[in-house]
Write a protein that binds this ligand. Structure first.
Ligand code: DI6
Ligand code: FE
Length: 387
């Protein structure tokens, strides 16, 4: 570790063998490697490939009219309760064929590729029937590729109660547990189970029941927690050793302490906070005090964060939430890897990890956070191959 916690190396060399990092150090210590192909970075900064650990980028439709309505005074909860919000995207996503869904999602994925992102999370949750949830997850899996992007998939069937189960949320949770979860596990379509514990989502009790079932299938859990109110979601997430509790604006210090003990990452989503014009800030000082790792993501979704801009999310994490530029950078690298449970494979430039790399024409890594410009990506590599 050197200055600022990033481990900067000004005459660094990184060696890649068979898609993995096989040596990192200073040029003066470089052992001779016969027949190695050299790449001169010409003074650019080499960083890990970036990671967005919270997106909903597979969806159809557009919700700009809701943004307009919110600006005229309608709240997000009111829009949801009137059948809009998540349910409006559910309708559009159900109507789209699998190919159509792939076609509209692919350009969003490319936006991330162009920012040096090499690993991304994509959640289901806009289908809410067995078939349409499977469709979303198949599209998410298809978007993944060894040549550009690792995709980690979250089953978010517990996003909101679908129209078929209006007033019967308990029955819908049973439907997820008995009809959706077994098939998803059998077809290996999800890497973890997620839920939205919120007044417009599900109660803590319903979430517990779902998470207990997820554990029976050996699936880790993550949670949309304490975004709009304090339902003690982060504390519940910690009870289940969740990989991450995301949003956490209303999370108490007691819950933060529980997250620390459980190793649960705090997933910060400043673009959603900004877009909903929220005012309750996440407990950054408490997260620091208890050494809870903080990840930063776009939350890319059509309703509360229609953004594919991870660099902007980093800037917002610093400007709106007060993260230092180093914290924001760790939020899209090693801490994002932890939120996905893959910190032994990606997220830092260490021997043995995947050679997922991004190279930047910048004066210093803090420039990625401290400027709101188009990405200055020079090149990126996936598993050691130039993208
Ligand atoms: N993530 C979500 O899943 C919900 N809010 C958030 O930040 C709702 C997304 C939506 O309105 O479609
Ligand atoms: Fe989300």
């Amino acid at each position: 570790m050197t200055r600022g916690g990033l481990g900067e190396n000004l005459d660094g060399v990184l060696v890649v063998t068979d898609g993995k990092i096989s040596w990192v150090g200073s040029e003066t210590d470089l052992p001779s490697i016969p027949s190695a192909e050299e790449y001169d970075a010409e003074g650019a900064w080499l960083l890990p490939g970036l990671i967005d650990c919270h997106t909903h980028l597979v969806y159809a439709g557009c919700r700009a009219h809701e943004y307009e309505a919110r600006l005229c005074g309608t709240t997000y909860q009111e829009i949801c309760n009137a059948g809009g919000g998540i349910l409006s995207t559910v309708q559009a996503t159900r109507e789209a064929t699998e190919d159509e869904l792939f076609q509209v999602s692919f350009p969003r994925l490319m936006d991330f590729v162009s920012q040096g992102v090499t690993t991304i999370d994509i959640k289901s949750g806009y289908g809410l029937t067995l078939e349409s949830e499977l469709k979303m997850m198949r599209v998410a899996r298809r978007l993944g590729s060894d040549y550009t992007m690792d995709v980690k998939v979250g089953l978010l069937a517990a996003h909101t109660c679908p129209p078929e189960f209006t007033g019967r949320a308990d029955d819908y949770i049973d439907y997820i547990i008995n009809e959706i979860l077994p098939v998803v596990a059998e077809q290996n379509l999800a890497d973890y189970v997620d839920a939205f514990t919120e007044t417009v989502g599900f109660t803590p009790e319903q979430t517990k029941k779902l998470f207990t079932a997820a554990q029976r299938y050996g699936l880790p859990v993550r949670l949309h927690a304490d975004q709009l109110s304090n339902l003690e979601g982060a504390s519940l997430a910690a009870d289940f050793m969740a990989l991450s509790a995301d949003h956490v604006e209303f999370t108490s210090e007691e819950s933060v302490a529980k997250m620390a003990n459980a190793g649960t990452v705090a997933g910060l989503l400043p673009t959603a906070f900004y877009f909903l014009r929220e005012t309750q800030l996440p407990p950054i000082e408490e997260l620091r005090k208890h050494s809870v790792p903080m990840a930063v993501s776009t939350d890319c979704n059509p309703g509360t964060s229609p953004s594919t801009n991870l660099l902007l999310a980093m800037n917002m994490a610093s400007t709106l939430f007060g993260l230092t530029p180093v914290e924001s950078l760790l939020g899209v690298t090693i801490n994002a890897a932890k939120a996905l449970g893959i910190q032994d494979k990606v997220g830092s430039l260490e021997v043995g990890k995947q050679a997922d790399l991004s190279l930047w024409k910048i004066d210093h890594p803090r420039d990625l956070v401290a400027k709101i410009t188009a990405p200055r990506l020079k090149q990126s590599w996936k598993n050691g191959r130039l993208i």
